[in-house]
Design a binder for this molecule. Structure first.
Ligand SMILES: O=C(CO)COP(=O)(O)O
Length: 251
């Protein structure tokens, strides 16, 4: 059985003081992590505050990015080794904003996935098509291609533990959610691709999130779909009340 996983991706929002206040406001109202995993992905500079405030609670922690080398002359990067030493649980890799604004390639994302597993961190691997690609009817081919590249040379066991986030670019921050049918269709295509690349058991284990204008009003409908195991949430994860409504969607 796959445990649902709802992750807030704060992007470049919140400072350490706001991080502490946010976690204090939510930490006693989270579902048991055996029922629904609640995760916050915060900017690297906020991670010490996030970890300190989340200590002893059900909240899991994530970084929004990491480099694929553990140490060396890589000015400005974040070490996966240090994230692991700090006690971070997940790292988001391959977000469309990283691909678009910071020119990350499929190859970089694959190297990052390997670096995370080398350091006992779990990747949340993002994929998703542009509006142009969808209008050309090539969205499944595009997304499956991204997933194949991201998973290259990972073991079945590593893929079983991974989280994949399907985020159509046209639905991010636009208020335009993919319909729950469109989201389900792509999440199923991703699971089928994992089954073809590995085996049915791996496909049954991998957790697949949908992201793109997820909010308290649509989370239930999305989570009711058989291949959607969670959400990766931007805007609606920034207020404690809204985040709590998302992670407690089963109540
Ligand atoms: O990019 C996203 C999460 O990673 C989605 O952002 P929004 O929920 O603001 O659309």
């Amino acid at each position: 059985m796959r445990t649902p996983i709802i992750a807030g991706n704060w992007k470049l929002n919140q400072n350490p003081e706001e991080t502490t206040a946010f976690v204090e406001a939510i930490k006693d109202k989270l579902p048991a992590s055996s029922k629904v995993e609640s995760v916050i992905a915060a900017p690297a500079v906020d991670l010490p505050a996030l970890l300190a405030a989340a200590k002893g609670s059900e909240l899991k922690t994530a970084a929004e990015n990491a480099y694929f080398e553990d140490k060396g002359a890589f000015t400005g990067e974040t070490s996966p080794l240090v994230l692991s030493q700090m006690g971070i649980n997940y790292v988001v890799i391959g977000h469309s904003e990283r691909r678009d604004y910071f020119h990350e390639t499929d190859e970089d994302i694959n190297k990052k996935a390997h670096a995370l597993f080398r350091n006992n961190l779990t990747p949340i691997i993002c994929c998703g098509e542009s509006l142009e690609t969808r209008e050309a009817g090539k969205e499944t081919e595009w997304v499956v291609g991204q997933i194949k590249a991201a998973l290259k040379d990972l073991t079945a066991e590593q893929v079983s533990q991974s989280v994949i986030a399907y985020e159509p670019i046209w639905a991010i921050g636009t208020g335009k959610t993919a319909s729950s049918e469109q989201a389900q269709e792509m999440c199923k295509a991703i699971r089928d691709a994992v089954s073809d690349l590995y085996n049915e058991e791996t496909a049954a284990n991998v957790r697949i999130q949908y992201g793109g204008s997820v909010k308290p009003e649509n989370v239930k409908e999305l989570m009711a779909k058989p291949d959607i195991d969670g959400g990766l949430v931007g805007g609606a994860s920034l207020e404690p009340e809204s985040f709590l409504a998302l992670v407690n969607y089963q109540d």
